[in-house]
Design a protein around this ligand. Structure first.
Ligand SMILES: CC(C)(COP(=O)(O)OP(=O)(O)OC[C@H]1O[C@@H](n2cnc3c(N)ncnc32)[C@H](O)[C@@H]1OP(=O)(O)O)[C@@H](O)C(=O)NCCC(=O)NCCS
Length: 380
């Protein structure tokens, strides 16, 4: 009997439950997102990305002493800086290499310099989680500057992860609003249950492979436009529309053409993604500060039309790009920024997977031939 005869196929593994997990809960009907028991709305209001990484990895909020030690580890120059040989390697890549390709390659290369690379113990994976979370913003910022002919800016241990990223990208002291925006964006993207990239990371971890390998798998899956790559596509759409006055007509035409509209729809949410409202608020605030709210106006018009016509609602990727663009961040950096945050979730899931491991190995519904006769090459 074929595997599919015993178990009906679920295309895209829709609604398939793969394993228990204590990390993240999504209520797709109420539009609720919870990390380790804490509603993400509350974390946005009261927490920081650094504290959220602690929560995801250790399963509880830190005490003051634990928090100080954790922040110190995530901010130390030793953990944030890139090995000089890796920086030298970055200078060898063609300037047209996309930031996502550099991130995927750079994270893989970082494992060659990591003292715990091959150690899968919980303690070593936690040390690697801290290092990778601290290094990824430095890698993203370094490539952004190298590709535009500028010298990379070294990390500043006195700045938060969010503030330091803005500093390393621009070389200037970050404004409180820019720091706050990045911190909130990092909190909101940190985890999302068994999404495609996290599942890819868990599949890799379940073969008892290491954290760097799992994160590289996650980055590869995040890159696609149906997942993390959607935020870049949204901004390309906004750039095409340009004028809020043209948005209604443009989006109605796109729907009539049966186009897939990036930034809308979700496998799990049946209502608006709870993360979208926070990013919209920040995008609006940053737009006002930068002197143009046109991008948010265009997105709002699209949201009104798409929800009325298709009953599809904004997801996390609709407004994030508008916020980043107001800070002068290039469109192709949006998905790497997503990865800089999601590494926290990937690491939490690798820790959980290694803590109670079983190889993840599904079956296919084989629809090919079974009894072909081999004809030698000379006779074909
Ligand atoms: C996220 C996403 C991949 C989920 O897809 P899914 O659960 O596999 O749902 P499907 O792709 O099977 O879509 C179901 C139906 O809704 C439609 N649909 C879903 N999202 C759509 C979108 N963004 N624009 C237009 N139509 C969409 C599909 O065309 C399909 O219609 P049909 O049944 O008439 O063919 C999908 O909504 C999408 O492609 N969104 C745009 C990309 C995006 O923003 N990704 C980031 C997610 S956080």
């Amino acid at each position: 009997m074929s595997a599919a005869a015993a178990n009906p196929t679920k295309p895209g593994l829709e609604d398939v439950v793969v394993s228990p997990s204590e990390i993240c809960f999504i209520d797709g009907h109420k539009g609720r997102l919870v990390y380790r028991g804490f509603d993400v709305d509350g974390l946005v209001a009261q927490s920081t990305f650094e504290e959220v990484t602690y929560l995801l990895w250790y399963g509880r909020l830190p005490t003051r002493k634990e928090m100080d030690a954790h922040v110190k580890a995530l901010s130390s120059t030793a953990n944030r800086k890139l090995p000089p040989k890796l920086l030298a390697m970055l200078r060898l890549f063609p300037k047209k290499t996309t930031p996502m390709e550099i991130l995927r390659t750079g994270v893989s290369a970082l494992s060659a310099f990591d003292p715990d690379a091959e150690d899968n113990s919980r303690e070593a994976t936690l040390r690697k989680s801290i290092r990778l979370t601290a290094q990824m913003p430095t890698l993203v910022a370094a490539w952004d500057r190298i590709r535009s002919g500028k010298a990379p800016v070294g990390p500043n241990p006195r700045l938060s992860l969010a503030g330091n990223f803005v500093y390393m990208m621009s070389g200037r002291k970050p404004t409180p609003l820019a720091t706050k925006t990045f911190d909130v964006a990092l909190i909101l993207h940190a985890d999302h249950e068994f999404n495609a990239s996290t599942f890819a990371a868990r599949v890799t971890a379940a073969t008892l492979s290491d954290l760097h390998a799992a994160v590289v798998s996650g980055i590869g899956a995040l890159k696609g436009p149906l997942h993390g790559g959607a935020n870049e596509q949204v901004m390309l759409m906004v750039e095409k529309i340009k004028d809020p006055g043209k948005a209604d007509r443009w989006i109605r035409q796109a729907l009539a053409d049966k186009a897939r509209i990036m930034g809308f729809g979700h496998r799990v949410y049946r209502v608006e993604d709870p993360r979208a409202k926070h990013l919209k608020r920040l995008a609006l605030e940053l737009g006002r500060q930068a002197g143009s709210t046109a991008a948010v106006e265009i997105l709002d018009i699209m949201a009104r039309v798409v929800s009325a016509e298709k009953h599809l609602f904004p997801n996390v990727d609709l407004y994030s790009g508008a916020a980043y663009a107001s800070m002068g961040i290039s469109t192709d950096e949006f998905t790497p920024i997503f990865a800089m945050s999601r590494v926290a979730g990937w690491a939490a899931h690798v820790l959980e997977q290694h803590g109670n491991n079983r190889l993840i190995r599904p079956r296919s519904d084989y629809t090919g031939l079974t009894d072909e006769k081999y004809v030698p090459l000379a006779q074909r």
